[in-house]
Design a protein. Structure first.
Length: 222
């Protein structure tokens, strides 16, 4: 089978070794992965200008040094089309997998963009038909945004950063169990397989991990 080149695009900086070391072995042998980041060619000062202002939706990603970075959704959205176009034209990827679970409307006009959110949304609403969802996000001030994003009849959102040692999974599992959620989505690409295993050990419900779902989606398409 001919090889297929697929790009993985982070809204932070590449390489995302924290992700690719886990999902790399999941890809079919004929799929070649290349990485890029929206912030790769920006200076620290330029990255600082992408921080959210009052009232702007907050996104979280990772820099090359492993630190967490807070970003403005409108500013990041404005950068996406040009970077996607560049990956397709210069690197000649056949598709771009987003290393972010946000629902970016800008990607709808790019049929070759693989968004984890779209696959997660299909699994949750169509396959599992979840009415009462649990979600975990990196920051407390992303809870309101997440509640609106999933448009569930009932949703319980907890915060725990995948990039820092914070609240333990036991606390989160206890609340989600108490609230009788039907499934849990770890709503950030930064959550690891170990995070899923830890939560799954504590709660007998489906726990959806975006990075794995993205890898399997790419395999199915190519």
């Amino acid at each position: 089978m001919n090889s297929v080149k697929v790009g993985l695009l982070t809204i932070g900086q590449s390489p995302r070794e924290d992700i690719t070391t886990e999902i790399g072995p999941l890809f079919l042998p004929h799929i070649d992965i290349v990485e890029a980041g929206l912030l790769d060619n920006l200076s620290p000062a330029e990255i600082g200008q992408l921080q959210p202002e009052s009232g702007e939706t907050l996104l979280v990603s990772r820099l090359r040094d492993g630190s967490q970075v807070r970003l403005s959704e409108p500013k990041i959205s404005a950068l996406l089309p040009e970077v996607i176009h560049s990956m397709k034209k210069k690197i000649r990827v056949q598709a771009v997998g987003l290393l972010c679970t946000h629902d970016f409307p800008e990607t709808k006009s790019y049929p070759s963009v693989i968004s984890p959110y779209n696959y997660l949304n299909f699994l949750i609403t169509e396959m599992l038909q979840i009415q009462h969802l649990g979600a975990v996000v990196p920051l407390e001030n992303q809870i309101e945004m997440t509640t609106k994003k999933w448009r569930m009849r009932e949703i319980i959102v907890e915060a725990k950063s995948p990039y820092a040692e914070e609240k333990n999974w036991e606390e989160i599992a206890q609340r989600l169990t108490r609230e009788n959620v039907e499934a849990v989505v770890l709503d950030c690409i930064g959550y690891k397989m170990e995070d899923r295993r830890e939560l799954q050990r504590l709660i007998s419900l489906p726990v959806l991990l975006p990075r794995v779902i993205l890898a399997y989606a790419i395999n199915q398409l190519f």
